[in-house]
Design a protein around this ligand. Structure first.
Ligand SMILES: Cc1cc2nc3c(=O)[nH]c(=O)nc-3n(C[C@H](O)[C@H](O)[C@H](O)COP(=O)(O)OP(=O)(O)OC[C@H]3O[C@@H](n4cnc5c(N)ncnc54)[C@H](O)[C@@H]3O)c2cc1C
Length: 480
């Protein structure tokens, strides 16, 4: 296999010299910075995870584009209907263990489809450039890329060309051999751990916005690129018992600044073709939201497991009616979301570029439904696990030999578990439902992949309500 191992990825970070800031200070060494350790670990362990025997044959795929064996969820262009089913299954499985799978394959696939549309409409040859870029990624170890789609957008009522002073990413100069871009992108998940940045537009644009219709790829250390990172939600101190999930996984978010960055011609995939910008949003609303349905189902699996374990260490379990009902509710919400991921795949349509796009009606309805259940699931976790989730002593207290005997005695629960095991189980609930990670999980569920209203917008636009009104009139014998 030619793609990185976790260790090779860590080593590869030394080859890059990105301009990254965190907590107001410049980061000198991404691989070694304590506030980037979860990010680097999340990405590095992802390369190793997919080599594990039980998922290897699904998580690694031979790319028809490059002929290389590549990580499916991060680098594959989804040109077989089967890809959508395998992706949903893997996404659910991996999200249930580490919250985020990384969805690079969705981003490459929707960009592929949009670029195909641009070439078809304008006679350009951007897709060949994009294909060359992807082959380069596949043949150089599959280094991670940051997805820069979301613009700052300023006053939401106006398009970028009507903002008093837009910060959205735009072309400021066209010159021989390339373009110069300026502006910002927000919410760059895992950005500081990437090798490359891929930029795309985030919304429909008009003719006056044509300079904002820009897509390209550049190395993360290209001159003028700066990332201002927000630390991972997990702890900055080493407390793996207290924060079992977030001390290892989830990563930084970043504000990415493009300060007059030169992009060479061979890396430009869209340059002013404003008419096709909206297409990317349509494809995103279909392909990525299918993944989000499966991802949220994985989170339900994680919540259900954590809740059942908490009940067990407390001496209760699924035989207690209200606990059984609440955990069953979490499970059923997860199955609903997963059903929509599969239903969207079953009704998918193939785009002329070869990319399969799941049924947007099903996946947007599914995502709107499942993302709105997270508040209830967090409530159930607190309810089932009990108040210790927010009142128990810390890991440092447990590690103090003078305090441990007191804690050990006071916090004993089900005799089948030691106090330490009980604390570990309750700390998992704390990490999920009562920590900074909870806030990130909420933001991740509610806003990532577009706000809930955008789900409704898609459904309202596509659902054939006129046909239903006609049927209603026929049944009611209304003849006009
Ligand atoms: C954890 C996380 C990770 C993310 N990762 C990435 C990433 O890696 N790359 C990336 O590019 N993006 C990423 N995003 C961005 C994500 O796609 C956006 O947050 C999402 O699309 C919402 O956009 P916004 O944050 O600008 O909110 P807004 O668009 O400001 O939305 C706020 C509210 O205003 C409403 N609204 C906005 N505009 C209008 C309007 N014109 N009329 C009426 N109502 C309006 C919305 O519906 C919503 O209710 C991430 C977000 C999160 C939370």
């Amino acid at each position: 296999m030619s793609f990185f191992t976790g260790e090779q990825y860590r080593e590869s970070l030394k080859e890059r010299t990105p301009e990254i800031y965190i907590m107001g200070e410049r980061v000198e060494n991404v691989a070694a910075h304590p506030l980037l350790r979860q990010t680097v670990n999340h990405i590095a362990s992802g390369y190793d995870l997919i080599r594990e025997p039980e998922i290897q044959n699904r998580a690694i795929v031979r790319s028809p584009i490059s002929g290389e064996d590549i990580p499916r969820l991060a680098f594959h262009i989804q040109q077989e209907k089967e890809d959508l089913f395998i992706k949903a299954e893997l996404t659910r499985e991996i999200s249930s263990q580490r919250i985020c799978t990384g969805c690079g394959s969705n981003m490459l696939s929707i960009t592929w489809a949009m670029i195909h549309d641009i070439d078809a409409a304008h006679g350009t040859d951007y897709l060949k450039r994009f294909e060359d870029f992807i082959i380069k990624l596949h043949k150089t170890g599959c280094p991670p890329f940051a997805w820069c789609m979301m613009d700052p957008k300023g006053d939401r009522r106006f398009p970028p060309s009507q903002q008093p002073e837009s910060s959205d990413l735009r072309i400021v100069e066209r010159k021989s051999g390339g373009i110069v871009v300026n502006g910002a992108k927000l919410h760059t998940t895992f950005g500081p751990g990437a090798h490359y940045i891929i930029a795309v537009p985030c919304r429909a644009l008009g003719k006056a916005d044509k300079d904002f219709a820009v897509s390209f790829a550049i190395p993360i250390d290209a001159k003028g690129v700066k990332m201002i990172a927000r630390p991972s939600p997990g702890p900055s101190r080493d407390v793996s018992m207290e924060s079992p999930l977030s001390s290892r996984f989830l990563g930084v978010e970043a504000l990415t600044i493009f300060d007059n960055v030169f992009v060479p011609e061979e890396n430009i995939f869209m340059c002013g073709e404003w008419e096709q910008a909206v297409n990317l949003s349509f494809y995103f609303a279909s392909l990525h939201r299918q993944s989000k349905c499966a991802c949220s189902a994985g989170h339900c699996d994680l919540f259900a497991g954590a809740a059942a374990l908490a009940a067990d260490v407390n001496g209760l379990g699924m035989n207690v009616a209200h606990i059984r009902d609440k955990i069953t509710e979490i499970i059923m919400d997860g199955e609903t979301g997963y059903g929509c991921a599969l239903g969207g795949a079953a009704n998918a349509q193939q785009h002329p570029s070869g990319v399969w796009l799941p049924d947007p009606l099903i996946v947007n309805s599914g995502l709107k439904t499942i993302r709105s259940t997270i508040g209830k699931h967090l409530e159930h976790l607190h309810d089932i696990a009990g108040g210790l989730v927010v009142t128990m002593p810390t890991e440092e207290d447990w590690n103090n030999p003078a305090l441990r005997p007191y804690i050990d005695k006071a916090l004993r629960g089900n005799a089948q578990y030691s106090t330490e095991e009980r604390l570990r189980a309750l700390n998992l609930v704390q990490d999920l439902a009562a920590s900074r990670t909870t806030g990130t999980l909420l933001g991740f569920t509610i806003n990532a992949a577009g706000s809930p209203v955008t789900n409704q917008v898609v459904v309202r636009r596509l659902y054939d309500l006129e046909k239903r009104i006609k049927h209603a009139k026929q049944i009611a014998s209304i003849f006009k």
